[in-house]
Ligand binder design. Structure first.
Ligand code: MF3
Ligand code: CO
Length: 253
């Protein structure tokens, strides 16, 4: 499958999907606190998505023989990196949690994630979150017509400093499908990879760890955690490539 270019009317629908994703993420962020469980956050997401006439993209997603994903969100705590299945596990003060949300509206997907502290967290955890989010915005800042995927990868990877850069996962094109070409690694060389064209829509998703960047899949076949048990963080936004530069679709003022 090659890179899909979206028309103006498709981008309009993706803007609406992005807005819904942003609104629901804001509700989830506000709900993060000690004592809340993954299942409760998942319910908040399901209700808010339905109220907005959209669908949860992740439910039932089953690539390559995996069991269908059961949640509307991914809920990944501490050393869990991504794709954590929401359970009755409750957040406690000092945890950090990555919440990933896919929203489908009129057939188009908006995909975005954030990592949040639960109450007061260690300085080490705060710093990891800050640097990972900055890497996302550094990548977004490089989005321009005529640029290359490698420019984004380089910008993200060069912000990692002493942190591990997870090589097993990365960003991707997004549109009618949650995962379209191109793959966007979280490190790379400027001027390499796919050329960016107006109408491409990309989900950038940096993931950094305090320790070694190797990951393992848990026995639920979805949850990905750091092999060495170190803390990890993850941010994601869906961004359109336009003649005027990056347009972040999953953000509202
Ligand atoms: N945003 C993630 C990604 O891009 C999560 C999708 S995995 C799912 O890979 F199973 F939850 F759908
Ligand atoms: Co994604």
């Amino acid at each position: 499958m090659s890179v899909v270019i979206k028309s103006g009317s498709e981008l309009d629908v993706m803007r609406q999907a992005g807005r819904i994703n942003a609104e629901v993420r804001a509700l989830l962020r506000a709900a993060v606190r000690p004592g809340i469980s993954g299942v409760e956050l998942d319910r908040i997401a399901r209700e808010a998505i339905a109220e907005r006439g959209a669908e949860p993209t992740f439910i039932g997603y089953a690539p390559g023989g995996k069991p269908p994903y059961p949640g509307a969100i991914c809920f990944s705590v501490n050393e869990q990196l991504v794709h954590g299945i929401p359970t009755e596990r409750v957040l406690k003060e000092g945890d950090i949690v990555s919440i990933d949300l896919g929203v489908t509206y009129q057939g188009y997907v908006a995909d975005a994630a954030f990592t949040a502290p639960v109450g007061a967290v260690s300085g080490e955890a705060r710093e990891l979150i800050r640097v990972t989010e900055e890497a996302l915005w550094a990548g977004i800042a490089e989005v321009r017509v005529g640029g290359h995927v490698g420019d984004l990868s380089h910008a993200i990877g060069s912000r990692a400093g002493r942190y591990g850069i997870i090589a097993d996962y990365g960003g991707h094109g997004v549109g009618r499908h949650m995962h379209e070409e191109p793959h966007i690694p979280n490190s790379g060389r400027k001027g390499t990879g796919h050329k960016l064209k107006a109408g491409m829509v990309l989900a950038l998703e940096p993931m950094f760890s305090i320790g070694h960047p190797a990951t393992v899949e848990e026995s639920d076949r979805w949850t990905v955690r750091m092999r060495d048990g170190s803390l990890s963080a993850h941010f994601e936004e869906t961004v359109a490539v336009t003649e005027a530069g990056p347009e972040v679709l999953t953000r509202i003022e």
